[in-house]
Ligand binder design. Structure first.
Ligand code: HEM
Length: 293
């Protein structure tokens, strides 16, 4: 064997060895995932070294950077926030997921709508569970959004500099109620029919844009061009009303409310985080300070 042949043979052996070594080291990467190249390529900074590194770890992570790098521990206590804003958002996510699944079984037409509900209740596997998850999450969201508003009011968090976010909150409240109201008609049962009949009849009396409201008739508003007519797509609760309720419920309002939620959360950050009591210093931390001096 010539000298060059020998060299290439040992080279091959080495590369085979290193491949074998890599295979043997493989499970080690699972034992210490934080040491693996894959982990290091995703998380650029160690979590726990210096305050600067901690901040960078949050800032350079696409999910974590949505959170502030520092927060007032006392402001996020459940005893202070009741967790109601977060629970309301969680319920909205549950409603979105279950709502999309419900859309696979539902047709917004007078012939089909109620039959689809019966089919869902009695024949679709887990259909009744799915429908009830959507229904109960909707009821719960109405309750939690009101409790959240009550908490914000009781803690005076509507005051400067949070007035704007309070107003965004009022819009969110109205949109949440509208989501619930438009969903009511969709099963096309007696309950929904009469609820929407009563609800839209109230719209007749809207000032300026209702045909029985103040200044409505003076402005030329009639039963055939007022806000009730626009809501129902006609003058009675029928097929057009069902289709309009469906489009608003499944597309229009969810898109608008999502945009306002994004503004709401962004604004909590920009207003200096959640309002709250001044941070409490724990005795252990005071002790720590003294020893470090
Ligand atoms: C879809 C409805 C809503 C969602 C998902 C939502 C979500 C949140 C979340 C997650 C927070 C952080 C603090 C916490 O959890 O308490 C928050 C804060 C806040 N929300 Fe809402 N909210 C909604 C409706 C409302 C309503 C109806 C109002 C009032 C009219 C409101 C006014 C505020 C204000 C002023 C803050 C800042 C509070 C503070 O700094 O202590 N929100 N919201």
């Amino acid at each position: 064997m010539s000298e060059t042949e020998k060299k290439s043979e040992t080279g091959k052996c080495k590369s085979r060895l290193s491949l074998w070594q890599k295979v043997r080291e493989g499970p080690g990467q699972f034992r210490q995932p934080r040491q693996s190249q894959i982990w290091k390529s995703i998380f650029r900074h160690k979590l726990d070294e210096t305050p600067r590194n901690r901040v960078l770890a949050v800032l350079t992570n696409v999910f974590l950077h949505l959170h502030p790098t520092r927060i007032n521990r006392d402001a996020i206590r459940y005893a202070y926030t009741w967790g109601m804003g977060g629970i309301t958002f969680f319920l909205f996510l549950v409603l979105t997921v279950t709502g999309i699944l419900l859309m696979f079984y539902y047709h917004p037409s007078k012939d089909q709508a109620f039959r689809d509900i019966l089919y869902l209740e009695h024949d679709v596997p887990f259909g009744s569970l799915l429908r009830n998850m959507h229904r109960w999450a909707a009821h719960a969201m109405i309750i939690t959004v009101w409790l959240h508003m009550l908490r914000v009011f009781l803690t005076g968090s509507y005051k400067k500099p949070r007035e704007f976010n309070w107003c965004i909150g009022v819009i969110l409240l109205v949109l949440t109620m509208l989501l619930s109201f438009t969903g009511y008609l969709l099963p096309d049962d007696q309950l929904g029919f009469w609820a929407v009949t009563v609800g839209t009849n109230m719209a007749r009396s809207t000032p300026l844009i209702g045909h029985e409201g103040p200044f409505g008739p003076e402005l030329g508003i009639t039963a055939y061009n007022d806000v009730r007519f626009a809501l129902l797509g006609g003058s009675i609760v029928d097929a057009n009303a069902l289709l309009r309720a469906y489009v608003w419920h499944c597309v229009g309002i969810p898109v608008v409310i999502s945009v306002f939620m994004i503004v709401h959360f962004w604004r909590v950050r920009k207003d200096g985080g959640i309002s709250g009591p001044a941070p409490v210093v724990l005795p252990s931390e005071v002790q720590g300070d003294k020893t470090s001096k």
